[in-house]
Design a protein around this ligand. Structure first.
Ligand code: HEC
Ligand code: HEC
Length: 281
């Protein structure tokens, strides 16, 4: 009787220890993940203390910027778009598209175009931010910005933004093409919606407001500046740094940790049940 008790004891000990250890570990990691998630979320106090607008559109440029942009445009763009950006058989008219459109296409590396036979793709930008702004300034100096295009390059302040609202707006307006994870997907007629994992906050706002290629324009009548800032916060936050998706980040180590914990709890639990059943038989 005594020896039976003892082996029973040892049989239970191992799985029980595994389950307890995993439980404590899981609790600790989820607590720390919860704490770090909270510190990353903008607080309500911030929202009240910050009177700055969610998006600032900068559309006035210095003569020096316009001049620098003209030199760059003539060397890199005018062979296709014409010296006055009036367009040609090779490339569309850029007059009136506004500085945000030009900044988007140049800063994402889509322009200058490498291969005219396929959709322009994101590639390492040939110009830095200052040069992209200068080129935008030059094109904007040629004609007033047409109605419906943003008047300047958008700079987004997400301090007062809501990630949960951003998530909801993203699911409603963007996920159909870019997928729920922002990984991108093929569209009809050989076009595709690219991954959103590398765009900057300015580029996200530019894409939303100018609708590049096959993407629709989301004007101020559809999405307010605050809503665009919410979407930008969601894209540059959880979409681009998806470790905490699913609520509990398990310390932010991602799916490996989740799989590990699931395995231990699952296997540990099954072991316990098996031992219990075995003992009863
Ligand atoms: C090899 C020819 C070529 C060169 C060089 C080139 N582009 Fe383009 N560009 C195109 C074509 C073709 C399109 C249309 C592509 C598309 O819609 O996918 C385009 C589209 C654009 C658009 C978007 C127009 C719209 O209606 O939305 C902008 C803005 C633009 N180019 C700016 C520039 C700038 C600025 C440069 C120089 C840095 C440049 N491009 C150099 C051929 C060129
Ligand atoms: C109808 C499909 C469609 C919808 C809806 C859509 N997009 Fe797009 N998006 C595209 C396509 C297509 C492109 C690529 C355009 C090109 O390069 O010619 C694009 C490009 C972009 C880019 C540029 C990515 C990069 O790094 O170059 C961003 C950012 C973006 N979209 C954000 C959004 C956001 C945010 C929403 C929701 C408010 C949205 N899109 C809704 C189709 C879509």
């Amino acid at each position: 009787m005594r020896t039976v008790r003892k082996t029973l004891h040892i049989r239970y000990l191992l799985p029980a220890a595994v389950v307890v250890a995993v439980g404590v570990g899981g609790l600790l990691t989820s607590l720390s993940a919860g704490a770090s998630t909270r510190s990353r979320t903008p607080s309500g106090a911030n929202a009240i203390a910050a009177p700055t607008p969610p998006i600032r559109y900068v559309g006035t440029f210095t003569p020096a910027q316009v001049h620098e942009g003209q030199v760059l445009f003539e060397a890199n763009c005018s062979s296709c778009h014409g010296t006055q950006a009036e367009g040609s058989a090779l490339a569309p008219d850029l007059q009136g598209l506004g500085p945000a459109t030009v900044d988007f296409w140049v800063s994402t590396g889509r322009m200058p175009l490498a291969d005219a036979s396929v959709q322009a793709t994101r590639k390492p930008a040939r110009f830095d931010n200052q040069q992209a702004t200068a080129i935008s300034a030059y094109v904007a100096s040629l004609a007033p910005t047409a109605p419906g295009f943003p008047s300047g390059i958008p700079y987004v302040d997400t301090k007062a933004s809501s990630l949960s609202m951003g998530n909801r707006l993203f699911v409603l307006n963007c996920a159909a093409c870019h997928t729920i994870t922002g990984a991108g997907d093929a569209l009809a007629d050989g076009a595709y919606a690219p991954s959103l994992h590398v765009a900057t906050s300015t580029q996200v706002a530019e894409a939303v407001r100018t609708g590049p290629g096959n993407m629709p324009v989301f004007g101020p009548g559809t999405l307010s500046n605050a809503q665009v800032a919410d979407i930008v916060a969601y894209v540059t936050g959880p979409i681009q740094h998806p470790n905490d998706r699913g609520g509990i980040g398990l310390g932010g180590i991602g799916p490996v940790a989740e799989g590990f914990v699931a395995l231990l709890i699952g296997v540990g639990g099954i072991m316990l049940i098996a031992f219990w059943l075995g003992e009863r038989a």
